[in-house]
Design a protein around this ligand. Sequence first.
Ligand code: AMP
Ligand code: TRP
Length: 327
Amino acid sequence: MKRILSGIKPSSEILHLGHYFGALKQWVGLQKTHTCLFPVVDLHALTIPQDPQKLRESTTNVAKTYLAVGLDPKKSVIFKQSDVVAHLELFWILNTITKVSELLLMTQYKDRVQKNGPQSALAGLLNYPVLMAADILLYDTNFVPVGDDQVQHIELAREIARRFNQKFGQTFVIPQPMVEKIGARIMSLDDPAKKMSKSDSNPNSCIALTDKPAVIREKIKRAVTDSGKEVKYDPKKKPGISNLLTILSLVLNVSIKSLEKKYKGAGYGRFKSDVADTLVRFLSDFQNKYNKISDARVKKVLADGARKARKTAEKKIEEVYKKVGLK
Ligand code: AMP
Ligand code: TRP
């Protein structure tokens, strides 16, 4: 079976609809056909200042979310990145063949620097994609299912893998990004030109998976729509309505075309209220499952996962150390 790896940073309490549709939903399906590893990438979260206690809680909550959406520890290896030290060992080795000029091209880095000023840019933020490459290459990953903002990082991981193989002989599998046609970029509710993001300053821009029904209804009601009345998919002219159509089609597993037909002549009001009702039902179901998972269960799943991940990772790092002459 081909191998899958992907992860989410525990960098705030909330995971949102973008995480679900861009990443988690496809992960759940892939478990049937692939060997899967899903780390909670806590080392990556440190690239933004974190309160230590909050980081521990967010890590538990991200793992709980993995379980509640249907990732199954019997089928997939669910673990905490920092529990497997080989990620950091490979990170260093890969840093020695990665050019600073390549890292300076990364959009996520450039955006952050532009937002916060070059003075505040940390070395960890610049090197973040190298750690991500280590996560991926350590396990001979074939496919990396992510939202479209991560594709550039995976392209870099491919380049680093090729370079290492060329220099030291065949060692790493060249990974490929796996991006859904619909859902790879869920947009912000208050500004559909931006992606839905947990770091957005406006809380109404984003629906958290743990939002309560009244909050969900209010956020959908306030969601920016466009002039006109027609419920039609046209991301250029109607980005707000198109985003809501995308979300509704993903929750219901029906085509956008069939939704356009259903809401022909209905107006935005009825459409939005249906989107809200559907999300309330979907997220209540998720939250019921989420609330039943104890911290003790999460702890056990992560400990078992780390044991399995270490087995694979340690073999690979041993091979890498030999190839570069450390052993
Ligand atoms: P992060 O919160 O940056 O660790 O993101 C984890 C995963 O969720 C990555 O695969 C992202 O591409 C995906 N993701 C985050 N935000 C969105 C969004 N608004 N739409 C689609 N995918 C997203
Ligand atoms: N950088 C990714 C993000 O911000 C998270 C991540 C870290 C990741 N390591 C990974 C995703 C390995 C896929 C595979 O979303």
